[in-house]
Design a binder for this molecule. Structure first.
Ligand code: SAM
Ligand code: SF4
Length: 352
């Protein structure tokens, strides 16, 4: 736990970094304020995307290490009520594999002020659950889909489930979870010729497409910079069929650079985490399924809130430990630094 024994204390008996101003929010030394909490609900998954995990899967987190629903709801309450979190993004692993998902969502959506809630999913089973997710308070969905060709989908995810994903998106839109956003990762020699087709599909259905640069967060540590399709390449590929103009909409803390397609109003986004990092505007804090706060996807350290919860800490103590953790957030992710080290946890366990 990152508590600093012997330092001045705040109300509730918690310790505080002496340099950190008395501010209830999650501020850091670079002037950023985290208002967006990304929560990993489970590290398990029913797909095996090649850029994320190996074919055999991973050693999943033991259930006893995972936060219970009540523990998770309590931490979300601390974040919303004490720390000024305005947005909750639920992810994983595959968040729909979490038992009690709708219960956690309903509890979060009843909090005041009501947080904006979104879910990032691979879409398997979404067709059956879209209405229940909307009823539980989800405002928006991001569905990951890298290809429109069934055989490529089976190659990339190692499961032949493209139709489930397509059906899931349609059901989400019908349930009012719109705009449905699609996340796509392009892989050299696999699906990198499909960028314009994916965009045409999104335009036709009223979905919002965003391409994500592949990041060094796979469990196998197989990422190679030369294999990554860069933002520039993605834009070039799209421009073979569409006219893109930079949108002048304020990006805020949003990771995607937005472009108007053929003059708009439709847009396409590119999340260039590697070649055009947006760390200076980052407004995120992260919670893993086993109750660890991370300041960044690429952080190498974590702060253990589960131990505090299980050790009887008060909400005020937990909130202050979370503030201390975020006060120590680094300026950037460092992917482009010569000494960069990939974090030990893979994306599927951190929560992408
Ligand atoms: N299973 C859910 C899904 O696929 O949407 C949620 C978790 S997944 C880790 C979240 C997003 O991260 C997906 O859009 C996925 O494509 C993306 N992702 C996974 N590994 C990645 C990597 N190494 N680089 C970039 N994006 C990655
Ligand atoms: Fe599962 Fe999402 Fe990773 Fe694919 S990207 S293996 S769907 S966690």
């Amino acid at each position: 736990m990152s508590t600093d024994l012997g330092l001045p204390t705040l109300r509730g008996g918690t310790s505080r970094d002496p340099e950190r101003p008395q501010d209830p929010r999650l501020i850091d030394t670079f002037g950023r304020v985290a208002t967006d909490l990304r929560i990993s609900l489970t590290d398990r998954c029913n797909l095996r995307c090649t850029y994320c995990m190996p074919a055999e899967g991973l050693d999943w987190m033991p259930r006893s290490e995972q936060l219970t629903d009540d523990e998770l709801i309590r931490l979300i309450g601390v974040a919303v009520h004490e720390l000024g979190i305005e947005e909750l993004r639920f992810t994983g692993g595959e968040p729909m594999l979490r038992k009690g998902l709708e219960h956690v969502l309903s509890a979060a959506s009843a909090m005041e002020p009501r947080p904006d809630m979104s879910l990032t999913t691979n879409g398997i089973g979404l067709a059956r659950r879209a209405e229940a997710l909307a009823a539980a308070g989800v405002n928006r969905l991001n569905v990951s889909m890298d290809t429109l060709r069934p055989e490529r989908f089976a190659t990339i995810t190692r499961r032949d489930r493209l139709q489930d994903v397509l059906d899931g998106m349609a059901a989400a839109q019908a349930a009012g979870l719109s705009p449905v956003k699609i996340n796509s990762v392009l892989l050299r020699g696999v699906n990198d010729d499909e960028a314009p087709d994916l965009l045409a599909f999104a335009l036709e259905h009223g979905y919002q497409l965003r391409f994500i640069e592949q990041m060094p967060l796979d469990a196998q540590h197989g990422w190679e910079r030369t294999e990554m399709i860069t933002a520039n390449e993605i834009i070039e590929k799209l421009e073979q069929r569409f006219v893109l103009t930079e949108s002048d909409e304020d990006r805020g803390g949003a990771p995607a650079e937005k472009f108007l397609v053929d003059g708009g109003p439709a847009t396409v986004g590119v999340i260039a985490s590697v070649t055009r990092p947006f760390c200076g505007a980052c407004d995120r804090t992260r919670l893993t399924a086993d109750g660890q706060v991370r300041t960044c996807l690429f952080a190498t350290g974590e702060t253990d809130l589960r131990a505090m919860l299980r050790g009887g800490a008060t909400d005020a103590e937990i909130a202050d430990t979370w503030r201390n953790a975020m006060w120590g957030k680094k300026a950037g992710h460092g992917i482009n630094d010569p000494g960069f080290l990939q974090p030990a946890r893979p994306m599927s366990s951190i929560g992408g």
